[in-house]
Write a protein that binds this ligand. Structure first.
Ligand code: SF4
Ligand code: SF4
Length: 129
C-alpha cells in the first residue's frame, strides 16, 4: 500500500466543499481554472469568482462551492489548496490541528496515532523534521 493510502483515502463526502466561503485562488490557480473552463477571465470572474480587493475566492451556492455537484466539476482546474486538502503542513506542527482536521475529514485513517500519521505525512511532503 502506498504511503498516501495508509493515511488518507478520499471518500468523496464533499464536506470540504461546503460552507459559505472557499479557499482563495492565487494567480496560477486563476489561470488554470480559466483554461480548464475553456473560457475568458472576464466570464469566469463574473460567473464563478467572489472578488474582494486582491482576494479571489469561488462563489458559493446553496451552502457549497459553486463547482460542487456530487464531486468537483472543475477537478483539473481546481485551486492548489483544494488539491492539497486535507494533507496540509499544519498537520505536522500540532496534534490539535490533526484532531480538528481528522474530525472533519472522514478520509483520514482513524486507526493511526498522531505519531504514526505524522511520520508518514512528513515523508510524503518532504519534511522529516
Ligand atoms: S472531507 Fe475529506 S473525505 Fe470528504 S471530500 Fe473532502 S477530502 Fe474527501
Ligand atoms: S473547486 Fe472543487 S474541490 Fe475545490 S471547493 Fe470547489 S468543488 Fe470542492
Amino acid at each position: 500500500m502506498s504511503d498516501l493510502k495508509k493515511i488518507f483515502h478520499c471518500t468523496q463526502c464533499g464536506f470540504c466543499c461546503h460552507g459559505e466561503t472557499t479557499v482563495s485562488l492565487d494567480e496560477d490557480d486563476q489561470k488554470r481554472m480559466i483554461v480548464a473552463l475553456n473560457s475568458t477571465e472576464e466570464a469566469v470572474a463574473d460567473r464563478y469568482w467572489r472578488i474582494n480587493g486582491s482576494t479571489v475566492q469561488m462563489k458559493t451556492e446553496q451552502g457549497h462551492c459553486v463547482f460542487y455537484d456530487d464531486g468537483c466539476t472543475v477537478y483539473h482546474g481546481r485551486p492548489w489548496r483544494c488539491a492539497q486538502w486535507p494533507l496540509v503542513p499544519a498537520l505536522l506542527e500540532d496534534e490539535n490541528n490533526f484532531l480538528i482536521i481528522r474530525e472533519s475529514c472522514p478520509g483520514i485513517n482513524k486507526e493511526l496515532s498522531y505519531q504514526e500519521f505524522r511520520e508518514i505525512l512528513a515523508r510524503l511532503i518532504g519534511d522529516d523534521s
